[in-house]
Design a binder for this molecule. Structure first.
Ligand code: G6P
Ligand code: MN
Length: 438
């Protein structure tokens, strides 16, 4: 099996490789190709990956390249985690709306809109290259905004693609950890769009344990205590803050919202927080990344190769690799992934991309029977899904009119005037990455 990682120079890559090595009985890899446009990061991360692989899976060859087409030729699976414009572009995505009193976030609101405009055309190019160079390969996409990227690719190509997010998996890991249960003994009843969904039930065997979890004050208090001393590898202070907000919201809603719903349900509070902080998340992540890169460089030269630190939680890499294994081995295991609605949710366009539990096998994702979302969930899904449709079309057509309509439609943008200002700023700031808008 040949696996190509686009965005292979990412600080997430070593975690991904570690997870692949853990699964090597089920996913034996002959050749691993890391591709990245950033040669410096590719060389640093690549050296660590080569050291890890030569110790744990000596039969696997590792190649590094900055040439995308070369990396795709002969691939069976393409894992994609690119960031068009890098963290510098993410910083602008976050900073620009904040100038106008609007939430500045990587994937939610105007930030996700700008990211989609830059990313969708590149992902369509990846799909076109795959049609030519590895037409039978699967693209497992982690690149954000993952739902809109999935929609953009599906609009222009018939390659086999599956877009995933680690939030549902993270919730499963967390509950399993706190309840001391094996993670594969739990199942989620989840409905929504990517980064806009609700966990309605958590099944252990046939029983829904969510009501009990939510009513247990002990559970609510246990979470921060268990997590703050980082008893789960990879849970950061950022995660802990999010978990606390999610639990507050859950008490009101009766279901567990995705952490990204805080931007909708706690808008005023988050705006205040954002205006107080000196750094945006992109600015923090830039520092985290530089630290990790120098750590990787040091570790791969020394003897303690196994001691490298992760960029994300275990669940992040595990989910990516388990999805790959489910497809490669046709296991029909259950995962929450992004798929076209078809007729799963009544009142949503058939082509809208939704995030729901599916069975995964060699044919891809088969949606499981789904209970309809409550009307207050459906309403938000419909509005945000219309914003997503307009954004995808704007990205593909280079249409400024659709881009403006998309922003106006988004619930976090308060007026046409603000939408115009944000759009103008983005078109100027990201000019180099938005060739479709002449
Ligand atoms: C979660 C989301 C990802 C997102 C990440 C951002 O894992 O599911 O889609 O990329 O958070 O984390 P960061 O550390 O970059 O802010
Ligand atoms: Mn995600």
């Amino acid at each position: 099996m040949n696996i190509t990682i686009l965005g292979g120079g990412s600080a997430y890559t070593p975690g991904l490789i570690e997870a692949l090595m853990r699964l090597k009985e089920r996913v034996p890899v002959d050749r691993l190709v890391l591709m990245d446009v950033d040669k410096r990061k590719l060389d640093i991360v690549g050296a660590l990956v080569q050291a890890m692989v030569s110790r744990k899976s000596p039969g696997t060859t590792v190649a590094l390249t900055t040439d995308r087409r070369e990396s795709l030729a002969g691939a069976d699976f393409v894992l994609c985690q690119i960031r068009v414009g890098g963290l510098a572009a993410r910083r602008l995505d976050e900073r620009i709306p904040m100038k106008y009193g609007v939430i500045g976030q990587e994937t939610t609101g105007p930030g996700g809109f700008a990211m989609a405009l830059r990313t969708i055309p590149v992902m369509v190019d990846v799909a076109r290259d795959m049609e030519e160079l590895c037409p039978d390969a699967w693209l497992i996409n982690y690149t954000n905004p993952t739902g809109m990227v999935e929609g953009g690719i599906k609009a222009r190509s018939n390659i086999r693609v599956l877009s995933i997010c680690d939030i549902p998996a993270a919730i499963l890991y967390l509950v399993a950890h706190v309840q001391k249960l094996p993670v594969n003994s739990l199942r989620l009843d989840y409905v929504g769009l990517n980064h806009l969904g609700w966990v309605r039930r958590i099944f252990h065997g046939g029983t829904d344990i969510l009501p009990r979890l939510l009513s247990m004050a002990k559970f609510l208090n246990a979470i921060p205590q268990q997590l703050i001393p980082s008893s789960i590898i990879g849970v950061s202070q950022k995660d802990v803050n999010e978990i606390l907000k999610v639990l507050r919201l859950a008490k009101v809603l009766g279901v567990l919202p995705s952490p990204y719903l805080q931007y909708y349900y706690l808008t005023d509070e988050i705006l205040k927080e954002q205006s107080r902080l000196s750094k945006t998340r992109a600015e923090e992540v830039m520092e985290i990344e530089e630290e990790l890169l120098s750590h990787y460089a040091a570790v791969s030269k020394g003897r303690e190769v196994d001691l490298w630190k992760q960029r994300g939680g275990d669940w992040h890499a595990d989910m990516m690799v388990s999805v790959l294994s489910a497809i490669a081995n046709d296991t029909q295991e259950e995962f929450v992934v992004n798929v076209p609605n078809g007729n799963s949710v009544r009142g949503m366009d058939p082509g809208a991309i939704i995030e729901i539990p599916c069975k995964l096998g060699s044919q891809g994702a088969t949606p499981l029977p789904l209970e309809q979302p409550e009307p207050w969930m459906l309403g938000l899904m419909q509005v945000v899904s219309q914003y997503e449709r307009l954004t995808i079309e704007a990205a593909l057509e280079g249409s400024q009119r659709k881009a403006l309509l998309a922003l106006i439609t988004h619930p976090l943008v308060p007026s046409i005037t603000t939408a115009e200002r944000i759009l103008n700023d983005y078109l100027k700031a990201h000019k180099e990455f938005l060739p479709q808008f002449k």
